[in-house]
Design a protein around this ligand. Structure first.
Ligand SMILES: [Zn+2]
Length: 64
């Protein structure tokens, strides 16, 4: 199941910078172009929650 490109184009990182997200079609994840957080896509629905995001190079979860 893939994400609607039209939906993808309006999605932004939920953090305060609201940067654009890059789709990884193989991993079914969205990566923030600003902070590098990785958001999972579950059943075609992007989970854009800071608590659910994977931080780059770190453990799962929120590291702040
Ligand atoms: Zn971000």
């Amino acid at each position: 199941m893939s994400v609607d490109p039209a939906l993808l184009s309006i999605l932004r990182c939920p953090d305060e910078h609201h940067a654009e997200l890059t789709l990884d079609a193989d991993e079914q994840t969205l990566t923030c172009t600003e902070c590098g957080r990785v958001y999972e896509i579950r059943d075609g629905i992007p989970v854009l929650l800071l608590d659910e995001a994977r931080s780059p190079g770190g453990a799962d979860g929120d590291q702040r």
